[in-house]
Design a protein around this ligand. Structure first.
Ligand SMILES: *Cc1c(COP(=O)(O)O)cnc(C)c1O
Length: 411
């Protein structure tokens, strides 16, 4: 027998009814009967609660942006546009989606290395803020704007000379394709200002998926210091500083919820005691997974139950083509289990050890490995949690000709 492994922590706020998992007031089996399987369900109620909790924890004057690459599903995006102070995009495609979802151009900022000419043109014409990732990109924007006779809105994305400690994905501190090194910032801002473009400020993003408040607090303090140092060197105050994000969510056994209250308190103190040159600067944070990740559940039906060499497998009609991260991103060194449950037997005691796999013909297609679950039969429904971010749009839906899963937003 293989060793029993724990599942990841199930997010707070999910209730049950008649022994089943409830999402947005509906039972898992009803949702699947109505909408089919596999299915992504995002809960407005969960989105609202998360956003309100964060809003409450953060300083009043701080803007909270939604980084839409976490989840661009149109109904969810529209909802996030109604909640957030800004939308952060990273492609021309996302720009179109953000505008369609009702975001105002002056509330949109566009980051990302390798913006193509047509994307820059689209951004300039639409009037969104472009986060400039290199001096050459700066030149391209100025050239296109000149041709179009439009004053572009430009912020400079800085590759910080520090990183976010304990983050799952480092986006600063060292050689990076994102932003420009600190010593390039002043000449680039000078160039923007001298060309008559609108210089909006700085974008400084140091990393993602941190669960330690202390690490985020330290990074925010370093970010504010860096912004002040750069502004002093330029001799001009930035209207806007995007402090980045990095707020993580618990996915794996042992992970603990981030203490947003602690971050808010420290940031409140920081903003109350700013370096002089930043006294009138508007600060923002940009978050993806923290805002939407735990509000989504992926439901997939059991289509087969089989035993191989005394190990039981539940084979589902879903898999890594929809939930790549839960499978371990095409192989990780140590594969750990995402939070999962038998949604149709949510309150039943665990009865057996099973591996929950997808329907793809690859050994990598595992949703949960050697976990204790109630006994599930064909037709039962598996829930994989933390499916609200980097699920549907960040998985290879066309792998093996499977196609995408349906997505719905419920109250
Ligand atoms: C991906 C990304 C985000 C969102 O990251 P999360 O971990 O989902 O919060 C925010 N800002 C930038 C610049 C990004 O690239």
């Amino acid at each position: 027998m293989s060793k029993v492994k724990p599942t990841g922590p199930i997010p707070q706020g999910y209730d049950d009814k008649d022994g089943e998992l409830l999402i947005g007031g509906e039972k898992a089996s009803e949702l699947v009967d109505q909408h089919g399987s596999p299915l992504f369900i995002y809960s407005k109620d969960q989105l609202d609660k998360r956003f309100a909790g964060l809003r409450n924890a953060m300083p009043e004057q701080l803007h909270i942006h939604y980084a839409m690459k976490a989840n661009p599903f149109a109904p969810l995006l529209s909802h996030m546009v109604s909640l957030a102070d800004g939308i952060d995009i990273a492609s021309g495609g996302e720009l179109e989606m953000a505008i369609k979802a009702g975001a105002k151009p002056n509330h949109i900022s566009f980051a990302g290395p390798g913006k193509r000419g047509e994307e820059l043109l689209q951004a300039i014409r639409t009037g969104v803020t472009i986060n400039i990732e290199s001096p050459t990109e700066c030149d391209r924007v100025l050239k296109i704007s000149d041709r179009e006779d439009v004053q572009p809105r430009m912020a400079v994305r800085v590759n910080p000379d520090f990183d976010l400690k304990g983050s799952g994905m480092k986006m600063g501190g060292g050689a990076k394709p994102f932003g420009m090194d600190v010593e390039l910032v002043c000449p680039t801002v000078d160039r923007i200002v001298n060309a008559g473009a609108l210089w909006r400020g700085f974008h400084i993003f140091a990393g993602s998926q941190a669960l330690k408040a202390d690490a985020i607090i330290e990074t925010q303090q370093q970010t504010i210091k860096l912004a002040a140092r750069l502004a002093d060197a330029i001799g001009k105050a930035p209207d806007h500083v995007n402090l980045g994000g990095g707020f993580g969510i618990p996915y794996f056994p042992g992970d603990e919820q981030l203490d947003a209250g602690q971050i808010g308190e420290a940031l409140r103190a920081e903003l109350a005691n700013l370096p002089k040159i930043l006294a009138n600067t508007q600060f923002a944070i940009e978050l993806g997974r923290y805002l939407v990740g735990e509000a989504g559940v992926y439901l997939t039906k059991v289509v087969d139950r089989k035993v191989s060499q005394s190990q039981t497998f539940l084979v589902t009609d879903g898999g890594l083509h929809h939930q790549l991260a839960a499978s371990g991103n095409f192989g990780t060194v140590v594969r750990r289990n995402y939070p999962a449950a038998i949604a149709s037997k949510y309150t039943t005691e665990t009865q057996e050890v099973v591996s929950i796999v997808g329907c793809l013909c690859t050994p990598l297609d595992r949703l949960n490995d050697n976990v204790e679950m109630p006994k599930a039969e064909v037709g039962d429904i598996v829930a994989v949690f933390c499916a609200g971010a980097y699920g549907a749009s960040a998985s290879p839906a066309n792998f093996l000709g499977q196609g995408p899963a349906k997505e719905i937003l419920v109250d």
